[in-house]
Design a protein around this ligand. Structure first.
Ligand code: CP
Ligand code: NVA
Length: 299
């Protein structure tokens, strides 16, 4: 049966551990110039209704390196834009493609596509969730700390799609996640299927980061949202700066899913500083997504 990745609830702990192991192997093989082509002859459709740098490029490179092919499509180019239903589109695309990646606004569109598609559907970000981001972030943490379980991640900033995925991932993988947001920027709360971890929502960033192994942030204004002075003002105390890094009491990894707005959610000195792993984190999208493609599309 086909398997989709719409949210972290589609993954088991063993699925994640397998993907992290494969990501590590694929990364090493790539560095050694060794390539296998398990997706030879397979095609991935990629529908982007929002901007993208990382997944748009890394999924395309990933398919190429696995021997497959990808098609970059914007919703505007498809008959979807002219009213063809998601149901009919999914059924037709399933006859041509071996997998479908979609980045869009309304999460229900991805759910509807997956319902009618006979091929795996991968959520490349919706307003609700961003599972491929957090999957590769787990790989980055494992790579740097050699463990996932028990790691304390402090998410500081706007509660959004990335936070939503972090809540599910931490619950699944037995992590300790603290989320510090202003009171009216809380994340959408998922129904967690697993409860191996500890998730705490709070408003004080200093309390959230205490003893954290990882400090994580994301943009204050997500795609599709309007930037208002009021929201930016509320989020100012949630900036990741050196004072916040020092407040952990240790040497945390600093992570950001990117794109970053330097001087807003993160200062330039911290983003370029010794604790930051943001560019390794961005690179790891490629390796983790290759592991995902290989697993879902060669079934
Ligand atoms: N982090 C991430 O998904 O990046 P883009 O928005 O550039 O695609
Ligand atoms: N929360 C951000 C993530 C970007 C990768 C957004 O949705 O724009």
């Amino acid at each position: 049966m086909k398997k989709d990745l719409l949210t972290f609830n589609d993954l088991t702990r063993d699925d994640v551990l397998h993907l992290l192991t494969r990501a590590g192997e694929l990364k090493q093989e790539r560095r050694a110039g060794v390539f296998h082509y398990p997706l030879r002859g397979k095609s991935l459709g990629m529908i982007f209704n929002k901007h993208s740098t990382r997944p748009r490029i890394s999924f395309e490179v990933g398919m190429n390196e696995l021997g497959g092919h990808s098609f970059f499509l914007t919703g505007d180019q498809l008959q979807l834009k002219r009213g063809e239903s998601l149901r009919d589109s999914a059924r037709v695309l399933s006859r041509y493609l071996h997998g479908l990646l979609i980045r869009t606004f309304d999460h229900q569109e991805v759910v509807e596509l997956a319902r009618w598609a006979d091929i795996p559907v991968i959520n490349g970000l919706t307003d609700l969730s961003h599972p491929v981001q957090v999957l590769s972030d787990l790989f980055s943490i494992q790579e740097k700390l050699s463990r996932i379980e028990g790691v304390k991640v402090a998410y500081v900033g706007d509660g959004n799609n990335v936070t939503y995925s972090w809540i599910l991932a931490a619950s699944l993988m037995g992590m300790h996640l603290t989320v510090a947001t202003p009171p009216d920027c809380r994340p959408p709360m998922p129904k967690t299927r697993a409860s191996a971890g500890v998730v705490e929502l709070m408003h004080d960033p200093l309390e959230a980061v205490k003893d954290a192994d990882v400090i994580y942030t994301d943009v204050w204004i997500s795609m599709g949202q309007e930037e208002t002075e009021v929201k930016v003002r509320k989020l100012r105390p949630y900036q990741i700066n050196q004072e916040l890094v020092d407040a952990t009491g240790g040497e945390p990894l600093v992570m950001h899913c990117l794109p970053a707005h330097r001087g807003m959610e993160i200062t330039s000195d911290v983003m370029d500083g010794k604790n930051s792993i943001v560019f390794d984190q961005a690179e790891n999208r490629l390796h983790a997504q290759k592991a995902l493609l290989e697993t879902l599309l060669s079934r």
